[in-house]
Design a protein around this ligand. Sequence first.
Ligand code: REL
Ligand code: ZN
Length: 415
Amino acid sequence: MNNINELAQLVDKAVRTVRITDIHTHLFSECFGSLFLYGIDELLTYHYLVAEAMRQIDMDGPSFYKMSKRDQAQCVWDALFIKNSPVSEPARSIITIFNKLGLDVNNKDLNYYREYFRSVSLKEHIDRVFDTVSLKCVVMTNDPLDKTESAVWEEGYVKDDRFKAALRVDRILNGWEDSLSELKKLGFDVHSDLSGRTIEEIKRFLVEHIDRMEALYCAVSLPPDFTMFDGSIRAKIIDSCILPVCREKNIPFALMIGVKRAVNPELELAGDSLAKADIKELEYLCSNYKNNKFLVTLLSLENQHELVVTARKFSNLMIFGCWWYLNSPSLIDQITRIRIEWLGTSFIPQHSDCRVFEQLISKWEHSKTVISRVLVEKYSDLFAMNYKVTEEQIKRDVENLFGGNFWNFIKAYNL
Ligand code: REL
Ligand code: ZN
């Protein structure tokens, strides 16, 4: 390589062509039927856009959600794309999707886009999006207590290797009393105070689902004030069920910390917010459960620097993604820089968190652009000292960042 331009081209090519593993999404494969969300009405009613549109619409949450999905979509469209310019990250994403799918980005009639999605063959559409993004696979979020989802796992599940599973344990950890009756109905001998056979039975439940789904990891989202020291049922279940099962199965426990659910309940999914978490909880988990692997993302920007430093202390901690409110260019830029500067390439820079299938296009397009720019800068600093950065080296680093690090972490026994 002879100059910085060439270097930039090589990095860009490596990032554009690497086959990505998207380690956390809310997507489902086609066999899950109504859970597979796609198309313009789903895209426009994504909770990121609804929250933003509600600032422009003279209507309360319940009235908005009472409307049909089609009307909600029209309402968001009018508010954010007709009466205002789509410059926010969620709104711009819609334009990116249109652009990459070869649609006219200037057509103001929603029916034009509806017609496009009506006419595509779903199978070809799925292939096309995977190709466009250069995706190897995505990891779903699988709730073992969700009735619609469970019905598919029991009957009708068709394995599509591009969609991997992750066992989500939010209901058990964040809503124990409600999940108790569900577990009982499913034939598990569980008690509210964890007495009797409860611990064994929760473990049996977890193992059954991990095996059935071939779950790559077990995951939970937690509030900012999450602690292992409050004597709560949650802390006890993590200590005596989740972590032992994860160890036995050699799968990571993914912790997504910092979400304040339903700050404005009227907004439903769009009503969640965030706050800073306490890093000492993570230090405690990583040092006291040395034989467990932790995949961690924190929602608050204020936590990012200490999270990076914590990852330097514990090799059983793999940090991932710019989660939710952090998934915008300026924040990805800043966070990726801190991570590279202190961890080299030993982290997972991004996951998409998509709920609607075509979001894969925009979320990855936007993230790749930023991550590639940061990488170019970091290699350029070496290049300026006459250090030779080879194409193979760039490809190796990019492959690790966009998938290799995840798979190696999944496989590792001793960290
Ligand atoms: O997995 C989670 O807990 C969050 O990512 C979701 O609750 C959230 O609604 C998601 O759509 C954010 O991107
Ligand atoms: Zn998520």
